[in-house]
Design a protein around this ligand. Structure first.
Ligand code: PLP
Length: 445
């Protein structure tokens, strides 16, 4: 593996001529529905940088959407993948099994919250894991209703579109959507009508009474929630909300599903975001950070729930592909050996004070939030809660032109999120933050 030089370097405008040529080819071959946030074509990536076809080297604050926490070509991942790919690439676990799949499930049982007996099943994508978690919860409970939240994001397949809250771009004219999905208000401290201090208790009461009145507790198969919301705007529910929700589920025989696809695998400074308050979900969905960039996803949960499904009821041709499993074992080994949960906390300690300082200089920043290396700023018209997606896009575009990969998110498109690889050097982290500061200074008059 060749690690690109760990520095930012701009030799052309962004995108440069080679990328622009590839963009033209892209336009006549790739469907328009698949968009690009930053249209430079990558030739190399690793550590904290992405190198493009024009020779520009960009600082990465996106990690391919929280995927390459261990880096884009982590040595342990590359070594295990290379070895596996030269032995066999596929047999289908449902036809003839192999050890890597079992080893990944053992790691999932050991790392996910709770020390109860667990089982896992492996899939290809986050959406597929969420679909399967719902299948399993319905089968185990013989109930149908699924409760999801405002600002939720759970994927782009039919059922997961139904669970996802935001219309554009995820759902618009893609219906009809799967039925028996009920949406509840999210404990969103900045926007909670009763204020942030009342948010946890009031939101819990509202959710419980709406479920009672509109669905009926004993019709609910599952409540699914991201312990920190991802695409919906990095909304962090106040302490107390998740434990309260989990105990409501326990009291009513409802399967509590934590969608840890974006938050999992050390991103927030713990192995899983639920660990922060000691919440033990019945089922956990994982994907993104699990395998250093190879497509892999999982549902992990209580043995009794998981094993309620008949033999043959779960699976798929590629789920738990041996190369992806090898990558996951390399990624998990890296997280353990390099204490990437500790790295994530350290990233938070470096970034949060600078983001708070930025917010006090720029009243357009209404909120700074997140945990570990999953951080965001929400932009509103100063003194109001009116979203400011225009300034958000302008700040983001400034960062891109300056060679910093940042992502936006949020139901209102007014959140800039920061998801650096957990292995990024502190000099690059500092430099990236300086670009964000310059962007606000230049864009906000
Ligand atoms: C990305 C994401 C998904 C969907 O994962 P895909 O691999 O893109 O299907 C589901 N839930 C959450 C919380 C996510 O962040």
């Amino acid at each position: 593996m060749i690690m690109p030089e760990q520095r930012r370097r701009l030799v052309t405008e962004i995108p440069g001529p080679v990328s622009r040529e590839l963009l033209a080819r892209r336009a006549s071959a790739v469907a328009r529905g698949v968009s690009n946030m930053l249209p430079v074509f990558v030739t190399d990536a690793g550590g904290g940088v992405i190198v493009d076809a024009d020779g520009n080297s960009l600082i990465d604050f996106g990690s391919g959407i929280a995927v390459v926490s261990v880096g884009n070509a982590a040595p342990r991942v590359a070594a295990r993948v290379t070895e596996q790919v030269s032995r066999f690439t596929h047999t289908c676990f449902m036809v003839t099994p192999y050890e890597g799949y079992v080893a990944v499930c053992e790691e999932l049982a050991a790392r996910t919250p709770g020390d109860h007996e667990k089982r896992s099943a492996l899939f290809n994508s986050g959406a597929e894991a969420v679909e399967n978690a719902v299948k399993i919860a319905r089968h185990a409970t013989r109930r149908q209703a699924v409760v999801a939240f405002d600002h939720a994001y759970h994927g782009r397949t039919n059922l997961t579109m139904a669970l996802t809250a935001k219309n554009m771009p995820y759902k618009d004219k893609f219906g009809p959507f799967a039925g028996e999905v009920y949406r509840m208000p999210m404990a969103y401290p900045l926007r909670w009508p009763g204020g942030p201090d009342a948010c946890a208790a009031q939101a819990l009461e509202v959710v419980k009474s709406l479920i009672h009145a509109q669905v009926g507790e004993d019709n609910v198969a599952a409540v699914i929630i991201e312990p920190i919301q991802g695409e919906g705007g990095f909304v962090v529910p106040p302490d107390g909300f998740l434990p309260g929700l989990a105990s409501f589920c326990r009291d009513n025989g409802i399967v509590f599903i934590a969608d840890e696809i974006q938050t999992g695998f050390c991103r927030t400074g713990d192995w899983f975001a639920c660990d922060h308050e000691g919440v033990v979900p019945d089922l956990v969905t994982t994907a993104k950070g699990i395998a250093g960039g190879l497509p892999l996803a999982a549902v992990t949960g209580r043995a009794g729930i998981m094993d309620s499904v008949h033999s043959g009821g779960l699976g798929g041709t590629y789920g738990g592909n041996p190369v992806a499993c090898a990558a996951a074992l390399g990624a998990i080994e890296t997280m353990e050996a390099e204490d990437l949960a500790g790295r994530a906390r350290r990233i938070g300690e470096i970034m949060l004070p600078r983001l708070h300082k930025l917010a006090s200089a720029h009243p357009v920043i209404a909120d700074v939030r997140g945990r570990g290396a999953m951080l965001a700023v929400e932009l509103c018209r100063p003194g109001t809660l009116e979203p400011d997606p225009v300034t958000t896009s302008a700040v983001s575009a400034f960062c891109h032109r300056a060679g910093l990969v940042t992502l936006t998110c949020g139901t209102f498109g007014n959140v800039i999120r920061f998801l650096p690889p957990l292995v990024i050097g502190e000099d690059l982290l500092d430099e990236g933050l300086s670009i964000v500061e310059d962007a606000f200074a230049s864009v906000v008059s």
